[in-house]
Design a protein around this ligand. Structure first.
Ligand SMILES: Cc1cc2nc3c(=O)[nH]c(=O)nc-3n(C[C@H](O)[C@H](O)[C@H](O)COP(=O)(O)OP(=O)(O)OC[C@H]3O[C@@H](n4cnc5c(N)ncnc54)[C@H](O)[C@@H]3O)c2cc1C
Length: 415
C-alpha cells in the first residue's frame, strides 16, 4: 500500500510515523512544500512548544475548541493529552505541566519535539521529501494522483492520502482540493489582539488586570482571564480567547465593534456597587482615586474614575449615589471602540478549512473520496491558545493512523 502524507507539520509527521510503525510493509511518503519538516512546530510557544494542555481549567470542550469540539471529543478518545505526554516521553522528551495547565517539554525547547518526530519517522522508515509543494490532488478511480510545483517528480500515485497542509489564512491555500469538489469553510484568522482608538487607554500601556471579563457588545461572545493593556489597545489571554470565539463575526464586521470590559471579572453592577460601598464606608474622607480595589492598579483606577466623570479630588463621602452608580457602571461595563486587529506575536491559527460535514468523524476520512483522510488545521477545527491546537493535530493524526492501519489488515488496502 502506498500512503502519501501531504505536509510535514505536526499532524503529518506524527501520522506518518504511526502509520509506518503499524504497517511496516506500507510505503509511507511525506511531501513537504518547504525546505524542512516541522518548521512551524520549531517556533511554537515562543520556541518552547506548548504541545498540549492538562485540560483541567476547561469546562466544556467548546471553550477550548470554538470550532470542531464534537470532532475533538472523539479524537481525544483516540489520543488525549496524557497520551501525547506519554508518546513524547517514550521518544525521550519528558514534559512539565505549568500551573495554568499548559504542557511544555521539560527542556523548554521546541526542537526536542521536532527532533523526536523526525527520529520517529526515520526509525520507522518514513520517506520525507521536502521542496515538493503539492499543486493538485485528483482521485482517478480510487487511486490518488498528486502533482507538484517546481519538482523533477512529475506526479505520484497513492492508495491512501492524508492531507495535513495546516491552516491557510487565504482560500488559495485550499486550492489543491478543487478537483475533488469538497466543501470548504472560508478561512479567516483567529488569535489576535485588538486595536483600540482610545488614547487614554493606550497611555496605560503595560497595565495587567488578572481577572477581567471581556465581551463584544451586541453579541453573546465573552471571555474571562488576564487582560493586558498595550500601546495599540488590548491583549492578553482574555482578548485572545475572545478573538477566537468571535473570529468569524469580527471578520464579517471588518474588525470593528465595541469591546465591553468588566474590570473586576463581573458584569454585575450590584456586585461592583457592594464593593464600592464597602470602600466608601471604610474610608469616607479619603479621595476616591487614592483608594483602589485590590484587583486594580492605581493608574487604572484613576482612569476608571475619570471615565465615570469623577473629579480627581473627590472624596468617598462626596460621591453621592449618582457618582457611585457611574463608578459601578464603569467597573462592570466599560465600552471601547475596536478599530482593527493586530497579530499576537507571530502566532495565529485559521478558523475555517475543509468542512467537517465532508468527513466521517471516527476516521477523518472523506465521505466523497474513500482513502483520503484529513488531520490538523486544514480541517475547520481550531482552538484558543494553551497547547490545544497542537493537541488537536496529534489527536487527529493518531485517529487517522488508527483508521488507515485498522482497515488494511489483510494487506490489500480494501476497507
Ligand atoms: C508562531 C506560532 C506559534 C504557535 N504556538 C503554538 C503553541 O505553542 N501551542 C499550540 O498548541 N499551537 C501553537 N500554534 C498553532 C500550531 O502550530 C498549529 O495549530 C499546528 O502546527 C497545526 O498543525 P498542522 O500539522 O495542521 O499544520 P502545520 O504544522 O502548519 O504543518 C503544515 C505543513 O504543510 C506544509 N504544506 C502546506 N501546503 C502544502 C502543499 N501544498 N504541499 C506540501 N506541503 C504543504 C507546510 O509547509 C507545513 O509544513 C502556533 C502557531 C504559530 C504560527
Amino acid at each position: 500500500m502506498r500512503v502519501a502524507v501531504i505536509g510535514a507539520g505536526a499532524a503529518g509527521c506524527l501520522c506518518a510515523a504511526e502509520i509506518k510503525r503499524r504497517l511496516p510493509e506500507a510505503e509511507v511518503t511525506v511531501f513537504e512544500g518547504g525546505t524542512k519538516p516541522l518548521a512551524k512546530v520549531a517556533i511554537t510557544g515562543g520556541g518552547r512548544c506548548n504541545f498540549t494542555n492538562s485540560f483541567e481549567n476547561i469546562g466544556r470542550l467548546e471553550e477550548a475548541y470554538p470550532r470542531g469540539a464534537r470532532l475533538m471529543k472523539r479524537a481525544l478518545m483516540h489520543f488525549g493529552p496524557e497520551d501525547a505526554r506519554r508518546w513524547f516521553e517514550n521518544e525521550g522528551v519528558p514534559s512539565v505541566i505549568m500551573e495554568d495547565g499548559c504542557v511544555f517539554p521539560a527542556s523548554q525547547d521546541a526542537m526536542d519535539i521536532v527532533r523526536a518526530l523526525e527520529r520517529a519517522m526515520r526509525l520507522a522508515g518514513v520517506k520525507v521529501i521536502c521542496r515538493h509543494r503539492v499543486t493538485s490532488l485528483e482521485n482517478i478511480d480510487g487511486i490518488f494522483r498528486i502533482a507538484f510545483s517546481g519538482s523533477s517528480l512529475p506526479c505520484f500515485e497513492a492508495d491512501k492520502v492524508v492531507l495535513t497542509t495546516g491552516g491557510s489564512p487565504t482560500a488559495g491555500g485550499l486550492s489543491i482540493l478543487s478537483p475533488l469538489g469538497l466543501e470548504t469553510v472560508a478561512p479567516v484568522p483567529s488569535l489576535f489582539t485588538f486595536n483600540i482608538g482610545d488614547e487614554s487607554l493606550k497611555s496605560l500601556m503595560g497595565a495587567v488586570v488578572n481577572d477581567a471579563l471581556v465581551g463584544l457588545a451586541g453579541t453573546s461572545f465573552k471571555a474571562r482571564g488576564a487582560l493586558l493593556l498595550t500601546d495599540w489597545g488590548v491583549s492578553g489571554p482574555a482578548i485572545l480567547k475572545l478573538s477566537s470565539y468571535a473570529a468569524r463575526d469580527l471578520a464579517d464586521k471588518g474588525y470593528r465593534g465595541t469591546l465591553n470590559i468588566s474590570w473586576l471579572g463581573t458584569a454585575r453592577e450590584t456586585e461592583c456597587m457592594e464593593l464600592l460601598q464597602e470602600m466608601a464606608s471604610e474610608s469616607p474622607h479619603k479621595q476616591v482615586v487614592s483608594t483602589c480595589p485590590a484587583a486594580l492598579t492605581g493608574r487604572l483606577w484613576r482612569h476608571i474614575a475619570a471615565r465615570a466623570g469623577l473629579r480627581e479630588d473627590l472624596r468617598w463621602a462626596e460621591t453621592g449615589s449618582r457618582g457611585m452608580a457611574r463608578l459601578a457602571s464603569s467597573l462592570a461595563c466599560d465600552a471601547y471602540t475596536i478599530t482593527g486587529r493586530c497579530r499576537f506575536k507571530d502566532e495565529f491559527v485559521t478558523c475555517g478549512g475543509v468542512s467537517l460535514s465532508e468527513v466521517s468523524l471516527n476516521t477523518l476520512e472523506s465521505k466523497k473520496h474513500p482513502g483520503l483522510h484529513f488531520a490538523g488545521e486544514v480541517l475547520d477545527v481550531d482552538a484558543i491558545t494553551g497547547g490545544f491546537n497542537l493537541q488537536a493535530a496529534w489527536s487527529m493524526a493518531y485517529t487517522v493512523a488508527d483508521a488507515i492501519s485498522s482497515c488494511s489488515g489483510d494487506g490489500d488496502g480494501a476497507c
